[in-house]
Design a protein around this ligand. Structure first.
Ligand code: PEP
Ligand code: MG
Length: 598
């Protein structure tokens, strides 16, 4: 909820997920973005369509009541009663009956029928010379947008490819595919009502270096297109109508950032070695083939995680083997002799193919996702495995499987790789015969059977984003339970330790490629636990390297030992923060200081 800071401005607080500050006019998505297509129905579909409409009306009513409750609590009953007019629209039997009649008589879809009737009413009201009635037209349009949102569900996503001018995007939610489409020159920053730092939308924002804030609760309902705002991705704040005083304070914060960036630039091409001489391997996570340049500029020594599934989202067709091969080869060649770890498709969860009718699932993160999808959709998997193998002839390519939960999946995937290697040999197509294959450890069961997996693999890469989500049963996308998403939870540290121990026993390496690897507060803990490699967004690599160069492995080990014997996640976190701030205070100035009058 908005709270005043300096007089005349409104402040919305959320969760910072992508660093940076921007200013500009806002664009609120989700209200006027619907393209309502008319669809003809068969006679049998008509009654279900009316049911669908009824469900959307009930859902909309619940949403409005919830907003009304929140607004009344925060601003008083008089403000809350504004929404009575919205509820009246939903209860207007003349309107609803007319919509139902249209669905029946013309056998058309509910969204088309609702939009047609409601827009006719709204246009009539808007044309009358009476302020009260004109306001009712606005109410009608607001409610219509909500009903359409509910009818259209996931499809009601704004198109961020064709923005006419630079703006700050405000939305209830943004999917990773929405975010991946963003035109960096037009989207100055974005903020959403829901979400969390390890959602793929947040990860994408960091990768694109777009300042972003999530978890703003009701901002998208309260804000309007064209309002002037400042978005602070360091502290998780959106300020509407910032005053001169606020702008001045932010000017100082930006200057501190510039100084820090200069310091970080100094270490970019220096080795990631601790003060006591321990060499750490730092690599970058990428989502697109074009990101290779950013990897080199960040000072990373290769790619520790290429999220290849981004080649598949936002498309009408699956890319062919040839198209994939070209994309993988491009990255491998650009980064040669550095390694590039290609993760096989991790589709599902919150990342979908736009063109495939993926069934709606009750628990998509526990569902038909990643290796599970690939082992069933063998042709999709075959084209990817062949493309990666072929690209391995052109650089230092490694491959890893996501979401391995047990040995059978690993054995099946390895058997397919052997089969496609044979195919390529028969076709005389070159590939790296010694290509290293690893697996992500991101499901607790995999960490617990890490010994069995390690005997069949060359490396592990711990996906802490999912490992935390699955171990603690905390949806990584849900801001309401973000406080329970604790990377320093003793259970997580034990799972990481078990994975590292199994890797050691079997003489393989272990990396971390989840968001924990990009947080300099966690660097000492991970190194102390015995992790060899860290991989994070290119934008975060310099700060992690800066931290590595200011730590001693001995103190990192002491920290890890303390953590493994400690029962409290918050105590462990406090010790991590203490060591990080002592070692590299300059890294924390912008993110920890509270600008704007705090
Ligand atoms: C992870 O789960 O930590 C990971 C790196 O994979 P993703 O974020 O793509 O699920
Ligand atoms: Mg994962």
């Amino acid at each position: 909820m908005a709270e005043p800071l300096h007089k005349g401005e409104k402040v919305f607080r959320g969760i910072p997920v992508s660093a940076g500050v921007c200013r500009g006019r806002i664009l609120v998505l989700g209200r006027t973005q619907h393209a309502i297509a008319r669809q003809s129905l068969s006679p049998e579909q008509v009654s279900e369509e009316v049911n669908r409409l009824e469900r959307a009306l009930v859902q909309t009513r619940q949403e409005i009541l919830e907003v009304q409750r929140k607004v009344s609590e925060a601003m008083g009953a008089a403000e809350g009663s504004i929404f009575d007019a919205h509820l009246l629209v939903l209860e207007d039997r003349t309107l609803i009956d007319e919509v139902v009649r249209l669905i029946h008589t013309e056998a058309v879809n509910a969204e088309y029928a609702f939009h047609t009737v409601a827009e006719r009413y709204a246009a009539t009201l808007a044309a009358i010379e009476d302020d009260y009635l004109r306001e009712r037209a606005t109410d009608m349009r607001d409610v219509t947008a909500r009903v359409l949102n509910n009818l259209l569900g996931k499809q009601a996503e704004g198109d961020l490819r064709h923005l006419s001018e630079p703006c700050i995007v405000i939305s209830h939610d943004l999917t990773p595919s929405n975010t991946a489409q963003m035109d960096r020159s037009k989207v100055l920053g974005f903020a959403t009502d829901i979400g969390s730092p390890t959602s793929h939308t947040a990860i994408m924002a960091r990768s694109l270096r777009i300042p972003a804030v999530v978890g703003l609760k009701n901002a998208s309902l309260e804000l309007h297109n064209g309002q002037y705002a400042l978005l602070d991705g360091f502290n998780g704040v959106v300020i509407i109508n910032p005053t001169d005083q606020t702008l001045f304070e932010y000017g100082q914060l930006i200057r501190k950032q510039v100084t820090l960036q200069e310091k970080l630039r100094d270490v970019v091409h220096k080795p990631a070695v601790t003060l006591d001489g321990h060499r750490v391997f730092l690599s970058a996570n990428i989502e697109q083939a074009d990101d290779a340049e950013a990897v080199l500029a960040s000072g990373a020594e290769g790619v520790g995680l290429f999220r290849t599934e981004y080649l598949f989202i936002n498309r009408d067709r699956l890319p062919s083997e040839e198209e994939q091969y070209e994309a993988y080869r491009k990255v491998a060649e650009a980064l040669k002799p550095h390694p590039v770890v290609m993760r096989t498709f991790d589709l599902g969860g919150d990342k979908f193919l736009s063109h495939l009718q993926v069934p709606t699932e009750m628990n998509p993160f526990l569902g038909w996702r990643a290796i599970r999808f690939c082992l069933q959709e063998k042709e999709v998997f075959r084209s990817q495995l062949r493309a990666i193998l072929r690209a391995s002839a052109h650089g230092n390519v490694r491959m890893m499987y996501p979401m391995i939960s047990g040995l059978d999946e690993l054995n099946q995937a390895n058997a397919l790789v052997e089969q496609y290697k044979d195919e390529l040999r028969r076709e005389n197509v070159p590939f790296d015969e010694h290509i290293e294959i690893g697996a992500m450890i991101e499901i607790p069961s995999a960490a617990l059977i890490a010994d069995s997996l390690a005997r069949r693999l060359r490396f592990f890469s711990i996906g802490t984003n999912d490992l935390i989500q699955y171990s603690l049963a905390v949806d990584r996308m849900n801001e309401k339970i973000a406080h329970l998403y604790e990377p320093t939870h003793p259970a997580i540290l034990r799972l990481i330790k078990a994975t590292v121990d199994a890797a050691r026993r079997n003489n393989i390496t272990v990396a971390v490629c989840g968001e924990m690897a990009g947080d300099p507060v966690m660097t000492a803990l991970l190194l102390g636990l015995g992790v060899d490699d860290l991989s994070c967004a290119p934008s975060l690599v310099p700060q992690v390297k800066f931290m590595v160069r200011r730590l001693k492995l001995t103190e990192a080990k002491e920290l890890a030992e303390f953590a493994l014997n400690c029962e409290s996640a918050s105590e462990i976190l406090a010790r991590c923060q203490e060591l990080a701030r002592q070692s590299a205070p300059g890294l924390f100035e912008s993110s920890l200081s509270q600008p704007a009058g705090e």
